[in-house]
Design a protein around this ligand. Sequence first.
Ligand SMILES: [Zn+2]
Length: 433
Amino acid sequence: MNHDSLLQRITAKRDEVVALTQDLIRIPTVNPPGDAYEACARLLGERLKKRGFAVEYLRAVGAPGDRDSHPRVNVVARYEGQGAGECVHFNSHIDVVEAGPGWTTEPFGGQVKDGKVYGRGSCDMKGGLAASVIACEAILEEGLPFPGALEISGTVDEESGGFSGVGYLAERGYFSRPRVHHVIIPEPLGVDRICLGHRGVWWSEVETSGRIAHGSMPFLGDSAINHMSAFIHLLETELQPRLAGRRTSEPVEPPGARVSTLNINSIHGGQVEQHFSTDAMGRPSGDLPAPVVAHSCRAVLDRRFIAEESLDSVKAEIIAMLDELQRTRPGFQYGIKDIMSFVPTATPRDAPVVLATAQAIARVLGREPSYISSPGTYDQKHIVRTGKLNACIAYGPGILDLAHQPDEYVGIAELVDSAKIMALAALKLTRGG
Ligand SMILES: [Zn+2]
């Protein structure tokens, strides 16, 4: 089948995909704290129910962030095909980051201008979600027979790790065989790029300790901040240069991220954080610091690693530096704890989900796709680790660099093209690719 009629139908749905993107943007699902998740899940679920999907709402009770004021409500919709085949699942996160300053359009207004839809979440990733919905609806409206099943989910908290979203569903079998065979995550990687996976991540917290004393006689104490500073000096002068020389063969984009990296996410030492100011007379106002030597200093490290490294070696490298300081620096004592880790993922280039999407890109756009890997993790990590499904890609409309920025937008032509590509890929994959 050449599916010309399906593609024409999607071309004619230009206004519809724009309207759905706007409707989704207008529900401000800001995370943190996780606002309006249920309203957004219901918008999606009610629409798909009308089209014949079986719809489930799954609140992640007891999972991180879930509380009555901000329930973590996910929606999963499934449409059974005719007979035995495979299930293609489109997964989108419905949460967005805060708008932040610098907008020239209304962040939650969904304004259309110059062929683009503007708003927080337009590209990351409500536009991709809308495109996947239009793709599946067009298949159904065409009356095209397919085996297996089509699934669409709207999940929460991707921006904060996805533990109450895809992580929660993966633990319950929603991203495993035999229920699901192929997963496409319409993150904004670009209409002609297929993202195969991501680098690994290890978050940890290092704490140095010292001895409290009067700040006017610091020689009687031992500053935890000075100890942390010695550690950070080593990170900057020894570890970071070493990491910059460690290159991966994975096609990570942007190319600057084709090495291992370390970011010091935050640091805090001494007294509880305060904001000091003076009044109109120049006198100090509010609480003043009391003079003490810091007995504790904590830093959160965000270490991103490449497929050629193991999580164990990544941890051991930092612990070895801390041990070295303990041996050589008088009074240096430390503790370290894991916050979170995920190993790198890479779906094989010859996986059916990759091949079917590549073929659809060639058909719709008339060019071959490029294959990339992401510097940061996204919900694929849960699908691979917990769902044990190594048949997942990120593919969707939008320019990744615009994500989380003011005046975020998604191009309308890209919305339509990506919906066509998703529809062609899905039809093929229900037959096993
Ligand atoms: Zn995203």
